[in-house]
Design a protein around this ligand. Structure first.
Ligand SMILES: [Mg+2]
Length: 412
């Protein structure tokens, strides 16, 4: 079984709204024409900026966040391989310190595997209230610079600093200042990427990790992108990567050679997105405070299998989704099971129990029960399975004596 994506679980947010392409105002239009006629670098820069986007985006990503909080708060853990995970056969790694990563340990890996790779690792159970508190402090630092903050998780956020509140002259200076503040006030390190859009900012923050800052200027995009492996593009998981590799495509530069129609034919709507991302185009806005709508995880099998053989994977996916949902302050009401047949037909079944699942086992049980509602005969084979939680509600909206009990178990 090979994972379709490397992420443990995808968290989907509300209003995946994409802004249309920048409609150039008469001013920008005139500037573009001027720039095309004018070969001075400054004019080119303006031209390029109006072509790309005029946004300034920072992606801030705390380094090995949960593990770093543990090392900060317990001097005995410093400099040692630390794995944040619950104990147990089915547990997955929530975070690994850089010392543990040297042994090949990484988040979303089975905890038993991490133990095998690094027997001297110190296992620490996750303490989300403490991580949330540190995350909130980082958030307060961001708020000194901009109100346009889109958190992706407790340890990652996009900031739109096209206009910043702190009066600093450049987005790079804002990113530097934020990193210094995090170091001084939180005694933690963060990596930051600065770029004209979210896609490039996220790639940039990863470039000098840990404790790094990387800036992609609009005029650097054309030289920077072609060298990037396709696997770095969001949404390109191992399966897509392998498919592209079969066609001789390993870098974004290779991808740029494919026409839109070809990509659309191969990958449907995602093909359009691939076409744009390969050119560094991403119009998605930083959307402040958008609440999580769904969390899901899915896996593609190496060979197609019948329904009866899907149980162990459904259980594993339920673990991932459950771990991710524990970081949310809101509660999911609906359990979703997704299957893709060998003919690429997608089937989804969902169930909203009277009370939201209160344990990982309950989530797995509901997902397995939903499997019975797939009625395609024993001969049918499947290539992919996914488990999800959706229909997230604020805890206050679900207040009821019965619900309180479930809530106590979920929000620890
Ligand atoms: Mg991080």
């Amino acid at each position: 079984m090979g994972p379709e994506t490397e992420e443990a679980a995808k968290v989907k947010n509300a209003s995946e709204s994409r802004e249309g392409s920048l409609s150039p105002t008469p001013f920008w239009g005139a500037l573009c024409i001027m720039a095309q006629l004018d070969s001075r670098p400054e004019a080119y820069r303006h031209y390029h900026e109006c072509q790309m986007s005029i946004r300034k985006i920072i992606h801030v990503d705390m380094d090995a966040f949960y593990a770093s909080v543990e090392q900060r708060d317990d001097p005995q853990l410093r400099g040692k391989p630390v794995v944040v995970a619950w104990r147990g056969n089915r547990s997955v790694v929530c975070a690994a310190s850089y010392e543990a990563r040297r042994f090949g340990v990484h988040s979303a890996m089975a905890a038993v595997r991490a133990e095998r790779l690094c027997p001297e690792a110190i296992f620490v159970p996750p303490d989300f209230p403490r991580y949330r508190a540190a995350s909130q402090m980082a958030r307060e630092i961001f708020q000194q610079h901009t109100d346009l903050i889109e958190p992706l998780s407790l340890d990652e956020a996009y900031l739109d600093v096209t206009e910043n509140k702190s009066g600093l002259p450049t987005a790079t200076r804002v990113a530097k200042t934020i990193r210094e503040q995090i170091r001084e006030e939180l005694r933690l390190t963060a990596s930051a990427g600065v770029a004209p859009n979210k896609f490039l900012a996220k790639i940039a923050s990863d470039w000098r990790k840990p404790d790094g800052l990387f800036v992609i200027q609009p005029e650097d995009v054309a030289t920077f992108l072609p060298l990037l492996p396709v696997g770095r593009i969001p949404g390109v998981g191992k399966v897509t990567e392998a498919r592209l590799k079969q066609s001789g495509i390993t870098t974004v530069g290779d991808l740029q050679l494919l026409e839109l129609a070809v990509l659309e034919d191969q990958f449907g709507r995602y093909g359009v997105r691939l076409y744009e991302l390969a050119r560094g185009i991403d119009h998605s806005k930083v959307v402040p405070n958008r609440p999580t709508q769904s969390i899901s995880a899915e896996d593609t099998f190496e060979r197609d299998i019948p329904l009866v053989e899907t149980e162990s994977l459904i259980r594993r996916l339920a673990e991932k989704v459950w771990a991710a949902s524990r970081k949310e302050s809101r509660i999911a009401r609906t359990v979703v099971l997704k299957l893709k047949t060998s003919e690429f037909n997608i089937l989804t079944r969902s169930h909203t129990p009277p009370q939201p699942p209160a344990t990982c086992e309950e989530l797995a049980q509901i997902a397995l029960w939903l499997r019975q509602r797939i009625d395609l005969g024993a001969q049918q084979h499947f290539r992919l399975v996914g488990v999800g939680l959706s229909n997230f509600r604020d805890a206050e909206d679900l207040q009821s004596p019965l619900f309180d009990e479930a809530l106590q178990k979920v929000v620890s």
